[in-house]
Design a binder for this molecule. Structure first.
Ligand code: ATP
Ligand code: MG
Length: 430
């Protein structure tokens, strides 16, 4: 809010505006009118460039008020916006007005001059507001010394978002073209407010979406940990015992000279199946909770994961890993590991690559993990769209990106059909 300070001296009306004496000299009047319209265009272009140059809404609105005051030769002005809670128009920025005036000026849509401008969307220009018998707070208007007065709607698309008020301590005759200029100023400021609000809403939505993604990822990690623990402590132990018992049974059958081929064969088959199930459960456990992360740390864990996923498919892997990689927080480690799982999983599923390069390097204050394949590549703009063949969303890369944002990093994907794929995760390092 612009607080009331010393009232500035009345600024001269731009181009000498209409002040009785020059109207008697038509030639002079014409020149002055010419200057005035140049000023008008200049002011409009200054406001337009302010709207596009400044990102702070209040700063834009203040410039809007200042420039309009310059145009009408006034020194009291401000912008009223609809307050959602009170459903009243209240001053958002102002200049030259007393605090009491600002406080008492709050009106409901439809009430008084400002309320009418707001509800009809039509500007009101008064040569002398103090002479208007039906205005609200006429006592205050007189005390403040307001005479020439304009109230212009701030429009955005079909809606009116607020009003711009400017006043001068002198009477002034407003012409039709003043109305056009002031409406254009109102439209520019309305556009700035509208875009600012849309941008804010979008940011809030993004933030909410990110919060949800964060909660989902954290809840998933927690649940994965719980399931892996249960599988490890219960299922895997029981399967290990079953395998051992079956092995003992086979030995016992051998020792007791049991010659039933079919029975022996069946026993061996059951044993092999039990071993396979146990291996599978162990694989699921390590997918759910990368135990290597806990025991050996991040680099051996990603090496192991990449090798065990890619080498069986005869995909060559080259590692370019910095010496003494920095220690990572458990949260960073687990999210980076999951990221690697997603990217390597995509290479297995989609790439038909022959070679993969995994590099981990520190560049300035950032740790960069890059996975590059020489496979078929894909159109990056299609990420997150419905895959017509599989008829479902591919979410892996979207989640991979979210994971990196979750830990304050970033994930970029470069690919083109026929050109291979490079996926890079960058996280800030202290
Ligand atoms: N390395 C890659 N090589 C070729 N295509 C890829 C590669 N990585 C991703 N893609 C393409 O991008 C799409 C999106 O990948 P994403 O990981 O987001 O989803 P998905 O793998 O299809 O499903 P999900 O990961 O959810 O199981 C894939 O369907 C695939 O067409
Ligand atoms: Mg995937």
């Amino acid at each position: 809010m612009v607080k009331r300070k010393e009232r500035p001296p009345v600024s001269p009306t731009p181009g000498g505006a209409k002040t009785g004496d020059f109207t008697r000299n038509p030639a002079l009047a014409e020149t002055r009118e010419g200057e005035k319209s140049t000023d008008a265009l200049l002011i409009l272009s200054q406001i337009t460039s302010t709207v596009s140059a400044l990102s702070e809404l209040d700063a834009i609105l203040k410039v809007g008020v200042e420039k309009t005051l310059e145009f009408i030769g006034g020194n009291y002005g401000g912008i009223m916006l609809l307050n959602k809670e009170s459903q009243k128009l209240t001053y958002h920025v102002y200049q030259g007005l007393s605090d009491e005036f600002v406080r008492r000026a709050a009106v409901k849509p439809g009430e008084g001059v400002n309320g009418r401008v707001f509800s009809t969307g039509k500007a009101i220009l008064l040569d002398d507001i103090s002479a208007e018998p039906e205005v609200l707070h006429s006592d205050l208007i007189k005390t403040e010394g307001l005479r020439a007065f304009i109230s212009v709607p701030l429009r955005f698309r079909e809606a009116v978002l607020g009003v711009l008020n400017c006043a001068s301590p002198r009477k002034r005759h407003f012409a039709e073209k003043d109305m056009h200029l002031l409406n254009s100023i109102g439209d520019q400021l309305g556009l700035a407010i509208g875009h600012f609000r849309l941008h804010k809403r979008l940011q809030e939505k993004r933030e909410r979406y990110r919060d949800v993604a964060r909660q989902v990822i954290t809840a998933q990690e927690k649940e994965k940990k719980r399931i892996s623990q249960e599988l490890h402590d219960e299922t895997s132990q029981m399967l290990a015992a079953l395998t051992l018992n079956l092995k003992t049974l086979i030995e016992m059958a051998k020792l007791s000279g049991l010659r039933d081929q079919k029975f022996n064969e069946m026993l061996r088959k059951i044993h092999t199946t039990a071993v396979q199930i146990n291996n599978e459960v162990n694989r699921i456990i390590s997918d759910l909770r990368p135990t290597l992360l806990d025991s050996l740390g991040f680099v051996p864990a990603i090496r192991h994961y990449a090798e065990s996923s890619l080498l069986p498919l005869e995909i060559n892997i080259t590692f370019d890993i910095m010496e003494a990689p920095p220690a990572l927080s458990p949260e960073d480690e687990v999210n980076l590991f999951r990221w690697v799982q997603g990217v390597v999983g995509n290479i297995v599923q989609h790439s038909r690559a022959r070679n993969v390069k995994i590099s981990l390097q520190k560049r300035r204050n950032r740790l960069e993990l890059c996975i590059k394949d020489d496979g078929v590549g894909f159109d990056v703009s299609r990420i997150g769209r419905i895959n017509s063949q599989k008829r479902r969303h591919g979410l892996g890369l979207i989640i991979a990106k979210e994971r990196m944002k979750l830990i304050g990093g970033d994930c970029s994907i470069q690919s083109q059909p026929g050109e291979g794929t490079t996926v890079v995760a960058v996280i800030p390092m202290a």
